[in-house]
Each structure stands twice: as C-alpha cells, then as structure tokens.
Design a protein around this ligand. Structure first.
Ligand code: GCU
Length: 421
C-alpha cells in the first residue's frame, strides 16, 4: 500500500512537471489577466502628461525593472583603454571603412576586453549607426577575411564548426544572412557588432565575463537584485556607446540598438536604461522581451528562469508561475524607451516568442508615446503578415521562423531612415 501511494505521488509529480513543460499554444487557454496601466503609478495616481511621466512614473518603473528583472549594475566601470586593432579604408569592395576597436576594462586586478567590429559608409559626414550583438563571433556576420576571430568561450554548434567552445575559421560568414551589411551601408548607416560572449559568456557561471570586475571582497555571484547576463550585455552596449561618443566618424545622437531573441531582450533593456540610444529594434525577443508575460503563451517565466537562470537577476524568480503578482508587464519596458522610436518584430512560425504578446506589448506601450504627441500602434488588431506598421512605435510580423531576414532589415532600414533624425 505504501509503495502504491509513493508510486501515485511520483506519477502525480511527473505529470505536474510535464504539464508545466508543455507550452500553451492555445489562445483560448490564455488566462484572464489585468494589465497594469503604464499611466497610473503604483499607488494609483493618474499620469496626465509627459512631465509627470518623467518625474514620477518612469523612474518607479525603471526602478522596478532594475531591481526585480535585469538587476542593478553594482558600480561604474569606465573604459581603461581603446585599442584600434585594425582599420581599413577599403572594406567591402571599397565601399566602406572598417575598424576593429578593442575596449579594455580593468578592476580588482582583473581585465576584460571586447572588440567592436565597425563598418561605416565612406563619407565626410558623421553617420548614424546600428549596433548589436551577434551569437557566434564578429567573423560570422560577413565573409570579410580581415575580421578577427574571437577567442572567447562560445556555445558549441557543430554545424558551424564550433566544438570545444572555441570559435573557428569554419564559421566565417555563417550568419551573413542575419546582417545585411551591404544594404545598411548603401542606405548611409554604419553597423557595429560585438560578440556577446566577450562581455559575458552565455552560461550559468558568474566567475567569468564582466561580473567579477565589480564584485566586492569575496563575492562569488551577483546579489539577488544585481545584474544577470542580460544586464551585463546591456552594460556592454552602453560602453560601446561611450566609445561612439569619442569617434568623430559616428553621429552618437543617432545610434540605434538592435538585437534578436535573447539579444532583442537585451536591446530593449539597453534602450530603456540608457537614454543615449536614439532608437531600439527588438527582433523576436519573446518572453522577457516584448511579449506580455501575463499571457503565459509559448515560453513562460517559469521556463525561462529555469532554463536560463543566469539571464535575469535572482529576484525575478519570485514571479515564475506567479505572473499575476507582477505589478508590471513588458509593455512598460517598451514604454521606458518613449519618446524614442522603437520597432518590435515577430515571425509567424515563432510561436515560442508569442507574436501576439509582442504585438500587444507594442500596442499597450502606445499611450506613453501619445503623451509626447508621437504615433504608436493605433489598431488593436494585429496587422496582416508582411504588412509592417511604421510609426514611432513600429511593428511587423513576417512569414517564416525565428530568425533575422533580409525582409526584416529592409523594414528596419526604411523605418530608421524616416524616424532616426
Ligand atoms: C531560447 C529562449 C528564448 C530566447 C531564444 C534565443 O529559445 O527560450 O527566450 O529568446 O532562445 O535567444 O534564441
């Protein structure tokens, strides 16, 4: 009998766990929820103009996202030195200038550096720029043989020739499809990319990457309200921005931060926490990005915090399987970017990222943009596939899978040409 009960309990446990692992893709099973009003403070005060938004509501939201989701950066760390590793006036068949710039940081006897690969159109004028991280090294975004291969730790990916966590020559150019360098340059924009693993390797280990440079005494990992990996990657983008401010060829007032997926979550947080970014493009950022958490569609807070415990600060775990207790949702993360332009994008087959949740994130951020007289998303229904809405808040859903495609970049370039002035 005892055995039987134990057996029953064991199966009940397994059933419970597997039920939690089954992502919901059924719209009728989305729970009822009340979305927090971006224009009402936590203690119920109505926000009627952008001054009150800036003095009251924006700071308390920023604070909440900092302490409970992405974590605080526990100190200042300035660039110790800028090393130009390589430079050419004759890149991309003579159409562009290429620079490989290494930023070095030092603290507590430790050093960290990361390399920014920059392509700029050849012109006398200072150029606007897209900046973003890549998943497998700067040399993957182009066939250009001069691009230096990073020695930082990488996730294995045998199809790209990445084994033993080391990037290799074999993966040169494997991600050209995700970065339309030629189109970007032709449109008069520069492109700057960084391998995210140089700032913080994407694994649940806080002994490497940038974190240890800001530990105190014998600290081994960030405190519950201190930065996780997304906070660290976002910090890296801000340091890249520090460099752009020094580079005469770049117009630092027109830098758009771009990211896909986990790096799209990072782009949103970078834009929300650093107002120097002139705009944000978040491609299929899903859970913890543009998608509303309270919908629990596709990836949930439970799943993301268990599978990637290092991405957010520890405090965020309080909300896994407890979305209803969240006093914020992701539309308010997007709203923190207001009045600067923001582009949210989805893909039809990428249900894990919850396209509808991403659309609603953009839609419900709109009232904050309207305080500034800016146009956000004005229709409550999702647009048809491949029909972008391009206002200060922009959105599209395209055909296909979780990826960055030429179609995506064509829209981003067109939109940025109009809204990043
Ligand atoms: C996983 C993860 C997502 C993330 C994605 C990516 O699918 O669950 O949250 O966006 O990886 O970064 O590619």
């Amino acid at each position: 009998m005892k055995k039987f009960i134990l057996c029953l309990l064991f199966f009940a446990f397994l059933f419970n766990v597997s039920a939690q692992f089954d992502a919901n893709y059924d719209e009728s099973k989305v729970p009822e929820f009340k979305l927090p009003d971006p224009l009402k403070t936590f203690n119920g005060q109505k926000i009627r103009n952008y001054k009150k938004w800036e003095s009251k509501r924006r700071p308390e939201l920023l604070n909440f996202f900092t302490e409970n989701m992405f974590g605080e950066v526990p100190g200042d760390l300035e660039i110790a030195s800028v090393d130009i590793l390589e430079e050419s006036n004759n890149a991309l068949n003579g159409k562009a200038v290429r620079k490989q710039v290494d930023l070095v940081f030092k603290n507590r006897g430790k050093t960290l550096d990361f390399t920014i690969l920059i392509y700029l159109p050849k012109t006398e004028e200072r150029v606007p720029l897209f900046v973003g991280y890549n998943f497998y090294g700067n040399h993957t975004i182009t066939e250009d043989v001069e691009v230096i291969i990073s020695e930082a730790w990488a996730n294995n990916n045998p199809s790209f020739g990445i084994i033993n966590n080391q990037l290799t020559e074999q993966s040169r150019g494997v991600r050209t499809n995700r970065w339309c360098v030629d189109k970007i340059i032709e449109a008069g924009f520069g492109l700057a990319v960084i391998y995210y693993g140089e700032v913080d390797p994407d694994k649940d280990d806080f002994s490497d990457g940038i974190h240890p440079l800001l530990y105190i005494d014998d600290q081994q990992q960030p405190a519950a309200d201190e930065w996780g990996a997304i906070g660290a990657w976002s910090w890296g983008l801000s340091r890249a921005m520090d460099y752009f401010e020094q580079d005469e060829a770049i117009d630092e007032s027109r830098v758009v931060v771009f990211g896909h997926s986990r790096l799209g979550k990072t782009a949103l947080w970078a834009g929300a926490s650093d107002e120097r970014f002139a705009g944000v493009i978040s491609n299929e950022s899903g859970c913890g990005g543009a998608a509303l958490s309270k919908r629990r569609f596709g990836e949930t807070l439970w799943r993301i915090n268990n599978r990637f415990p290092h991405w957010f600060c520890k405090n965020f775990r309080n909300y896994r399987k407890n979305e209803e207790a969240l006093p914020v949702d992701q539309h308010e993360l997007i709203a923190l970017i207001a009045p600067r332009p923001v582009y949210i994008a989805s893909a039809e087959e990428d249900r894990w990222s919850d396209p509808k949740g991403e659309f609603l994130g953009a839609l419900y951020a709109t009232p904050v943009y309207e305080l500034y007289g800016k146009k956000g998303i004005e229709q409550t229904e999702m647009p048809a596939v491949n029909y972008p809405i391009q206002n200060t808040v922009a959105y599209h859903i395209r055909t296909g899978e979780h990826d960055v495609t030429e179609f995506d970049w064509e829209q981003y370039i067109k939109w940025a040409s109009e809204f990043i002035k």
